[in-house]
Design a protein around this ligand. Structure first.
Ligand SMILES: [Zn+2]
Length: 402
């Protein structure tokens, strides 16, 4: 829990950030905080170089007010994204704009080496960070079950992480406050606050890639569930007689639409003699077909790729109708290495759900692509930290920052 003084400070800082240039008296009026509290907080924020005075505004009678603005570049934050195959690091300003990033492959590592390797890479990355600016925190995002309050990764089955006390480990080694969050929660927040979807208050982000999952913002807050694991969309069942899943369940969606499922299907159809331009694109080295190669073939109308995409869309759409009936979202964002920039997939899902979901649920429903491009995860990591620091509102009435 933050102290009241700290809360006021965050509210004042966020107001300057969202509505600046703004005067001290307007901040006091808008928030119902006393002018002396605002003045004291602003003095502190100026000393810490978060805020500066930027000329005078129009007078409503009497002296012209001094206007305040936010300085996003006097401090920085670090974002870290862990996936099955890579760890990526970014130095960002206080508006989640990336200044420098670095990516490392972890495919070759034994699972138990992932975290020690990540800490060593982080140390190297921090060494190159600016010395004249203060780091306000490190934010790590990872697929799987994460206790955000304690910063513990309870479970990630893909790289076999279990009860990793990552926040503690990073804070002990680097003495920098650290956040740990599930990747889809971070991405849905980033798409809302730093992407193009600020006008929606109830939105879902669905990722289809190495894994399948959903990030959920309902009633203007991230919906995490009891242990922080809401949104395990990939392990919702779409076939009670289906494939047995590692999680113990049967017919989990992930086993039909994840990249490993898609890749096996490509290999199987090629081995049956089907031709595809994907094979040409990788000089017949089928192992080198990536999600991007697959998406590209779908866009070009390759028949094998299109057949598989249609199967994926059918399975996924069944799951998405369930999500629509459960959550009644205004917007579903489709992303992940298979889902991103995939108009064909979005169109197929859209036409399926319009046939199969209840009319009242789909009248105002939009299904759109991600808008943050290849940096979605890193901006996601940044936005988790910034939300805590600034307590920014998730209401669509709040300002859009970029
Ligand atoms: Zn499962």
């Amino acid at each position: 829990m933050k102290l009241i003084q700290e809360l006021n400070r965050s509210i004042i800082l966020n107001m300057i950030r969202e509505y600046g240039p703004i005067s001290r008296s307007e901040i006091a009026e808008r928030n119902g905080i006393s002018p002396s509290t605002v003045a004291a907080a602003v003095t502190d924020l100026m000393k810490e170089r978060f805020v500066y005075e930027a000329g005078t505004g129009n007078s409503k009678g009497g002296r012209k007010p001094i206007m305040l603005r936010f300085s996003p570049d006097n401090h920085y934050i670090l974002g870290v994204s862990i996936t099955n195959s890579n760890v990526t690091f970014a130095e960002m300003n206080m508006e989640a704009i990336i200044r420098r990033k670095s990516i490392s492959n972890i495919d070759h590592l034994d699972n138990q080496m992932v975290i020690p390797h990540l800490l060593n890479l982080l140390e190297k990355f921090i060494c190159k960070c600016p010395t004249d600016k203060e780091c306000k925190g490190i934010s790590v995002i990872v697929p799987g079950i994460v206790d955000t309050s304690k910063g513990i990764i309870h479970l990630n089955t893909n790289i076999n992480l279990k009860d990793v006390r990552l926040k503690e480990m990073i804070e002990e080694r680097f003495k920098i406050t650290t956040w740990v969050e599930n990747d889809t929660n971070a991405i849905v927040l980033a798409e809302k606050k730093f992407g193009k979807y600020n006008m929606y208050n109830n939105l879902l982000f669905v990722t289809i890639g190495e894994g399948v999952g959903a990030g959920i913002i309902m009633n203007e807050s991230i919906f995490r569930g009891g242990r922080g694991d809401a949104g395990e969309f990939g392990h919702t069942s779409i076939d009670r007689d289906g494939i047995r899943c590692d999680c113990g369940n049967i017919g989990c969606l992930e086993n039909y639409v994840s990249w490993s499922a898609v890749h096996s299907r490509i290999v199987s159809l090629i081995s049956k003699g089907r031709s595809t331009e994907m094979a040409d694109a990788v000089q017949n080295n089928i192992a080198l077909i990536t999600p991007a190669v697959f998406r590209n073939a779908v866009m070009k109308g390759d028949s094998l790729a299109t057949d598989i995409m249609t199967e994926v869309a059918d399975y996924l759409s069944v799951g998405i109708v369930n999500l629509i009936h459960l959550f009644n979202p205004e917007l579903i964002i489709i992303g992940g290495s298979i889902g991103q920039d995939n108009e064909v997939l979005i169109q197929k899902i859209d036409s399926y759900v319009r046939k199969h979901a209840l009319t009242v649920f789909i009248e105002n429903l939009k299904i759109y692509p991600t808008t943050l491009g290849e940096d979605t995860e890193l901006v996601g990591a940044g936005s988790i930290l910034l939300q805590d620091l600034f307590l920014f509102s998730l209401s669509s009435d709040a300002g859009i920052y970029r």
